[in-house]
Design a protein around this ligand. Structure first.
Ligand SMILES: [Zn+2]
Length: 462
């Protein structure tokens, strides 16, 4: 009897302890959420709030965010990629000449710095001409250079040159790709080079050049580009190009570009609130032109209005997920039952229209928002028990605010990605301004591979 009583006491103590832990946990978790994701949750309410309840999002609160870059590049343990670097000109061919400085020498110096950096990362690097100026290889023709890269089965071909202009003030880095060689990744390679070089040298941005005349980048069958790393006609830049410090910056930028070409980060483009007749179709056309698959979290009411657009989303290979049936926050988040009832209605319409048994969903306003504080935990528990997975986001165009113009949406997207390795980008395919900037947005992120969400993708949740 005594033993039982002791046992009983211990049990009560244990229960009391568990209750305290649970209570504390209940207090700690929302506090943690508020601190960590305050910005995102706030973004959620800004994003998704109906027009009459929208929070202020004026330009005055916008601040330029620092875009962090990874401190060091990862050294590959096994890396089978072969990079052919081509220092332009050589031997009898000086290239451009500025006083005492011959282009061929600057090209070689920069190329050697790039080679060292790439080898450090584990890449196999081959040069189209030797280091010494007396070798016969120095006079290798462009035909021989291309043949060399083909024979070596190179994965990339990068030609390094310097520019020369009549106007002495011209400066900066110019990257050229072949206009008919975009499908093999040459354009993306050029975009990466331009972006990473500008980041590391802090030079003024110059536009990418699409060309069809440069032999080495036209005739090579692997992705290729030609980089003019500076202007020899600009006295200041000419001097800078010959310093090991600047050559190291150029090498860092090019090596990072190469590394991101083979090992991109991941971005999941997600579009909420559709489908709509014109805007969703415009979004689908742009995605198709870029051969990108994305994710659409649809509203049941809109699927009923535009069933053919919903079917095209699926036929084009995108992921379709559930947003809601009726995007009215107060009604939706009244209780667990009201949420589930609305969800099931939307799910059934998506199934009847497209044949897709949706497994992924996104909460209107995000999983934690100003309208669902009392019920969100219970809703999440219920939806998880039913086998559904929700996806919040960690970057946003903030395109639900009517005042935001396309340029602003681009800036928001850029500022909110923060160089993350995995980005779930929130956008709305019902917004006209989003269709106006989507093409530029995709071009702006060559370091990301854009993929659709699937059940296998670890969710981003607030
Ligand atoms: Zn929404």
């Amino acid at each position: 009897m005594e033993e039982w009583r002791e046992h009983h006491k211990n049990f009560i103590r244990l229960m009391a302890l568990m209750i305290v832990v649970l209570l504390l946990g209940g207090m700690v978790i929302p506090a943690f959420l508020t601190a960590k994701d305050a910005q995102e949750v706030q973004a959620a309410s800004v994003q998704e709030a109906p027009a009459d309840e929208g929070t202020q999002d004026g330009d005055e609160d916008w601040q330029e965010a620092e875009i962090p870059v990874e401190e060091t590049l990862e050294i590959k343990e096994r890396c089978d990629h072969v990079i052919v670097l081509d220092p332009g000109h050589g031997g009898d061919d000086d290239g451009s000449v500025s006083g005492e400085v011959a282009e061929k020498d600057v090209n070689l110096a920069v190329t050697l710095a790039v080679r060292d950096k790439l080898e450090e990362l584990g890449y196999t690097v081959l040069l189209t001409r030797a280091e010494s100026d007396t070798s016969e290889e120095e006079t290798r023709s462009v035909v021989d250079r291309v043949r060399f890269a083909e024979e070596k089965n190179a994965d990339l071909y990068i030609s390094i040159h310097q520019e020369f202009a009549e106007q002495a003030e011209e400066s900066g880095i110019e990257v050229t790709y072949n206009v008919y060689k975009t499908a093999d990744g040459s354009k993306r390679l050029a975009q990466l080079m331009q972006k990473e070089l500008q980041l590391y040298t802090e030079t003024e941005p110059r536009a990418l050049v699409a060309d069809d005349s440069l032999y080495v980048i036209r005739q090579t069958t692997m992705p290729s580009c030609l980089i003019e790393t500076g202007y020899l006609s600009n006295a200041e830049e000419c001097a800078l190009l010959q310093t090991p410090e600047y050559q190291a910056e150029l090498a860092e930028g090019i090596a990072r570009g190469v590394d991101l070409f083979f090992y991109p980060k991941t971005m999941y483009l997600t579009f909420d609130d559709g489908p709509s007749a014109e805007n969703t179709v415009a979004v689908l056309d742009i995605l198709q032109a870029h051969d990108i698959k994305a994710t659409f979290f649809v509203i049941g009411e809109n699927v009923e209005k535009h069933p053919e657009v919903a079917r095209r989303i699926v036929e084009d290979g995108h992921t379709i997920g559930i947003h809601c049936y009726d995007h009215t926050y107060k009604k939706l988040y009244q209780s667990v039952d009201s949420y589930v009832e609305d969800f099931e209605k939307a799910w059934q319409i998506v199934y009847d229209t497209t044949g897709v048994e949706a497994k992924l969903f996104r909460f209107p306003g995000g999983s934690v928002n100003a309208y669902n504080k009392k019920v969100y935990k219970d809703i999440i528990a219920e939806m998880t028990a039913r086998g559904y997975t929700y996806y919040d986001w960690n970057a946003s165009l903030e395109d639900a605010s009517k005042r935001n113009q396309p340029e602003r949406l681009i800036r928001n997207a850029k500022e909110s990605t923060l160089g993350r390795k995995r980005v779930v980008m929130l956008a709305h395919d019902v917004i006209y301004n989003t269709t106006q900037c989507l093409d530029e947005l995709i071009e702006m992120f060559p370091e990301y591979e854009m993929l659709p969400l699937t059940e296998d993708v670890e969710p981003i949740q607030f």
